[in-house]
Design a protein around this ligand. Sequence first.
Ligand SMILES: *Cc1c(COP(=O)(O)O)cnc(C)c1O
Length: 388
Amino acid sequence: MSFDQLKAELEARRAQSLYRERRLLQSPQTPEVQVDGKTYLAFCSNDYLGLANHPEVVKSLQRAAEQYGVGGGASHLVNGHSMPHHELEEALAEFTGRPRALLFSTGYMANLGAVNGLLNKSDAVFQDRLNHASLLDAGLLSGARFQRYLHNDPASLKQRLAKSEARRKLVVTDGVFSMDGDVADLPALCTETKAAGGWMMVDDAHGFGCLGKQGGGCVEQYGLGMDDVQVLVGTLGKGFGTAGAFVAGSEELIETLIQHARTYIYTTSMPPAVAAATLTSLKLLRTESWRRDKLNRLISRFRSGCEQLGLELMDSPTPIQPIMVGEADKAMSMSAMLAQEGIFISAIRPPTVPQGSARLRVTLSAAHSEQQVDRLLDALDKVKQVSQ
Ligand SMILES: *Cc1c(COP(=O)(O)O)cnc(C)c1O
């Protein structure tokens, strides 16, 4: 091993326009952000409802920190399971219409924990080709037979399920696909899964808060209960505007995860004040439906604006509105040109997305104004002309 080897690899990556760099955020996560000393209008956060910097959410965090301190101090199974964690679990169970919910410190860990708490070498896991990296990693780590089916394709899933004689069959899908913004065809996928005697696990990181009358995500929108979706995962760092994640399901599922999910057992509980802040954001997310209405108006405005500009959008009804570019270097240069116009949108490149499908992943938030969406459209118009 040598540093020179690493250096050569890093340089090769840079030459392919695949080098990743962090920008320094110097303000809260709001539409107007300070980044590297400049002000930008940002369209790339996952704070879809504008709750990350909501005064009531901030206040709840402050109050709970006064009462409970900062650190969770221990894992949930030692003595780190505090009152705010427990209250949030009960509220999330009620919200999702499931008997129980279990908190994890991140969505990545919830997915690793749920899949690995349920499956081993005797089992099989079936995943959409475009599933989030944390789901793919979870499946690989479990040692279960790993199969990918064609994107959002119930027939392709059916074919693979039919050939399996595994002890347990777990089908896993994003609810809203994180890089494309489309919604999984859950009713059809659930039908195939049920017919094969399997279970369905849905990670709706991007659906909670955005879809469903009360922001209950895909399962609320489609009206799917625990018979259809046995393992429901939500993350708290996106529409909820805080941090962490949960798995919701039956009494038996949650007790099994408490016994076996290593990313639950061997880690410090999230700060209790974050759980308290999330209780407040859950209340806002659920009851203040005007945020979802506004978000939907902004999505329509953006989509019809792009259509007029002749920009190729993907078929997405959600706040994730990627502009397909193709090559990584072109996506990088468009992102840089947008930055010159004062607009911050990061380029998403392989391996996050498949080769040749680099894109500008535009995300909208209820915190944006119509004027801000129009500014984005004006900037895209300029950049489009320069890049063609
Ligand atoms: C962001 C994301 C995760 C990871 O959640 P974190 O809480 O950020 O770790 C998991 N699944 C999907 C689909 C995501 O988009």
